[in-house]
Write a protein that binds this ligand. Structure first.
Ligand SMILES: *Cc1c(COP(=O)(O)O)cnc(C)c1O
Length: 376
């Protein structure tokens, strides 16, 4: 039994929609499948405005441009996250102040943000790790108090909620990823969500290489021209066609993933009672979109042994982020604070296989192996 960590899921409609896009005669960005996807997200989740982008990284770069992040500005970012969450702001010349994770979840610890705020701070970037919400009321209250922007890196958080509100709809701006490893995928792809009206018009311009082409296509102006900075952030409609096939099946995909997640949880919870490991703890304000099943080992040695034991049984499990404040690129720029929780997740967090086609027998097999590893 060979069990990979991830396997991209195909609903069966992808090639059909790509064929339609190809023969429609319009395969560049902002075509009919792009509009269908954007409308779906806007009507289902109530995002004010969405724009499909080539990646979540690009959507994050758009947020940095929209907030006018410049050299001399500071942004607050969790250390335990993917590189792009920080990189998008570094590229605009900002200084990043890394924040630690919570004790109970890898999310940014909202209680530890306030001391990081100073006159130069422009924005707080939160990451909903594993698709489980950060404590957004606390983050938004700080943003209000100090007049800061909030960006939700909701790359992993499609179809997940905070106190009933869809993730990606709470901060001023939000970003999603449709990378191969995410719940909904188009190989590469992303989306910007705009929840503050002030950003909508400019976002379309930045998306279209600094031109007002979107207004031109809507017939609002009679020629389009260069009006601002920007880049080519649009997703090709061929890829949007692929994404649309996934989007149509979102409920099926989510329920399948939830069943797998619950199977893992129910089989491994006993090991937590016995003190061998810690499973994800869902705060009462958050939902679980089953993006990821992770466990936290008691030490890095234990995690290394568990990874190799599972590998010997043909099961691929993987650790996750290396704390960004200690990275090769940033360690000399970091202000020197210790971020102990981030280090714990770097060393001890382990992710188990979770993908649509993972069978119940395979999940049972992985759980049996983990149980026998600890009880041996
Ligand atoms: C996947 C991911 C990204 C990057 O997404 P891309 O679409 O590959 O650019 C950024 N942030 C987080 C938290 C992610 O999980």
């Amino acid at each position: 039994m060979k069990i990979p960590f991830n396997k991209p899921y195909l609903t069966g409609k992808e090639a059909h929609y790509i064929y339609q896009a190809v023969y429609s005669g319009k395969i560049s960005g902002n075509g009919s499948f792009t509009k269908k996807c954007q409308q779906y997200f806007e009507s289902r989740y109530g995002f004010k405005k969405t724009l499909l982008t080539t990646s979540c990284t690009d959507a994050l770069e758009m947020t940095a441009i929209l907030m006018n992040i410049m050299p001399g500005d500071e942004v607050i970012v969790p250390s335990y996250t993917f590189v792009s969450t920080a990189l998008a702001f570094i590229r605009q010349g900002a200084y990043v102040r890394f924040a630690d994770s919570e004790k109970d979840t890898p999310n940014i610890d909202a209680e530890k943000i306030e001391p990081l705020i100073n006159d130069k701070t422009k924005a707080i970037i939160v990451v909903h790790y594993a698709g489980m919400a950060c404590d957004m009321d606390k983050v938004m209250a700080l943003a209000h108090k100090y007049n800061l922007f909030v960006v939700e890196d909701a790359a992993q958080a499609v179809d997940s909620f905070y106190k009933g509100k869809p993730l990606g709809s709470i901060g001023h701006l939000g970003t999603f990823s449709f990378h191969e490893t995410k719940n909904l995928s188009s190989g590469e792809g992303g989306m910007l969500t705009i929840n503050d009206d002030r950003f909508i018009e400019r976002a379309e311009i930045i998306w279209e290489k600094g031109t007002n082409r979107s207004q031109f296509f809507r017939g609002q102006i009679n020629k389009y021209c260069w009006v601002d900075t920007g880049s080519s952030f649009l997703l090709s409609d061929v890829i949007a066609a692929f994404l649309y096939a996934q989007l149509e099946n979102i409920d099926d995909i989510q329920s399948k993933r939830k069943a797998i997640w619950n199977h893992y949880y129910n089989s491994l919870i006993q090991l937590q009672s016995e003190g061998f490991l810690t499973l994800a703890k869902l705060p009462n304000y958050a939902t679980n979109n089953s993006h990821m099943f992770y466990l936290v080992c008691n030490s890095i040695e234990q995690r290394t042994d568990l990874i190799s034991y599972l590998k010997s049984e043909d099961v691929l499990s993987v650790f996750h982020y290396l704390s960004l404040h200690k990275s090769e690129y940033y360690k000399n720029k970091h202000d020197g604070r210790e971020l102990p929780m981030s280090d714990i997740y770097e060393n001890c967090l382990l992710r188990l296989p979770l993908y649509y086609e993972l069978s119940s027998e395979q999940v049972s097999f992985v759980c049996e192996k983990i149980i026998s590893f600890f009880r041996k």
